[in-house]
Design a protein around this ligand. Sequence first.
Ligand SMILES: O=C(O)[C@H](O)CO
Length: 375
Amino acid sequence: MKLLLIPNKFKGSLTSDEFSNAFISGVEKSGVSFSYSCIKLSDVGDNFLNVVAYYKPCISMQVISTNPLGKRIQSYYLYSQQNNAAYIELANASGKQLLMKEDRNPMLTTTYGTGIQIKDAIEKGIEHIYMGLGGSATVDGGIGIANALGYVFLNEEREELDAIGASLQLIDSIDDAAVSSNVRQVNFYAVNDISNPLFGENGTSYLYAGEKGASDVIIEDLDRGLINLDKIVSKQYSVQNGKLPGAGAGGGTGFGLKSFFNADMLSGEDFILELSRVKDVLALGDVDYIITGECKIDGQSLCGKLLQGIISLGKKYNTPVIVICGKSEISKDELERQGIFDVVEFHDEFRGSEYNMRHAAQLLIARTADYFAKK
Ligand SMILES: O=C(O)[C@H](O)CO
C-alpha cells in the first residue's frame, strides 16, 4: 500500500511533523505493508525559507539589513538559479521573533528591512521575487518595503513621513519618482499565510495587531491608518486592493505588494502544493491513498482551502482521500458527497477535550493502527 501524506497541523496539540510521525507509527503497528511519501506543508510565515529549501536547490544570500525597529541585523534570503528567483521571508527581517515582547509596538515598526533584502535581489538581476508573508511584527501596509524601493510617503504639508504604522493615518500623497525602472520590471508574488482583507473587523489590525503588542486604542488607530492608505492608493493609482483576499497578510504587506509592485496574490497552501510537485507524484498513478489531517471536521473545515485543495487533487488523480481527525461533525453521506473516501476519528469520547489534546499522539497511533489493521 502506497500512501501520500499531506499533513496539516492540529492547532494546540500536534505540529504537522508530530502528526506524520504518530500516523506512521500507527500504520507500522497495524502490521500492513506500506510505503509513504510526505508533502511538507507549513505556515508560510516564519517557516517559508525552510520549506522552500526543502523542495528547491537554493543558495543562501546574506544581506545586512534592519530589524522592525531599524536596528542593523544580518539577514538572508534564498536564490534559485533554476528560475532566477529570490524567496524572501517577511519574518526574516520584519518578524515578531526579532523583538522582545516589551519592544513590540506596530505603531513604530516597519517592513523597511525586508525592502533592503528585495533591493539586494533586484540589484543582482533577479527577475522573480516570492515573498512569504506572515509572522510579522508590523502593521505598516507594506509601506516600509515600498519606501526602501523608492516610494516616499508625504503628509498634507508634503513632508516625508517615516514608513511606520503610526504614519498611515497621516499619508496624504505618494511620491514615486525615485522608483527605478528595474523595480518595475521584476515579477512579485505575495505568498500569503491568511486570506483576510486589509482593514475592518476581519482585517489585519483587528486580528493580528494585538499579538504584535498593540493596545485596543492602537488597533483602532492602525485600522483607520490602513483605511487611509487604501484611500490614498486608490485615488493615486486607481486600484481597489483593500478588500482583496490576502491584502491583510503580514500586517498589510499583501496589500502593499499588490498596490506598489502589482504582485500576484497566492495562498500559502497553493504555493506549497505547487512547489512540492504533488501533482507529478499523483500523476504517476501509484498512490493508493492520500492522507491528511484536520483537528475537527465540520462545515467550516470543509470550506478550508487546504482540505478543498487536497480533495480536488484526489478527484483529479482518482486517488481516495482519507482524513484523520480528532472529531468529525459531518455525516457519512456529506463526506461522500464532498469526495472524501473515509474519516478516521481518534478522540476518546469518554474524556474531555484537555485529555484529548494532551494525548493526541497516543490516541492517533492507536486509532490508526486499528484502522489499517482492518484494511
Ligand atoms: O504577519 C501577520 O500579520 C500574520 O501572520 C498574518 O499574516
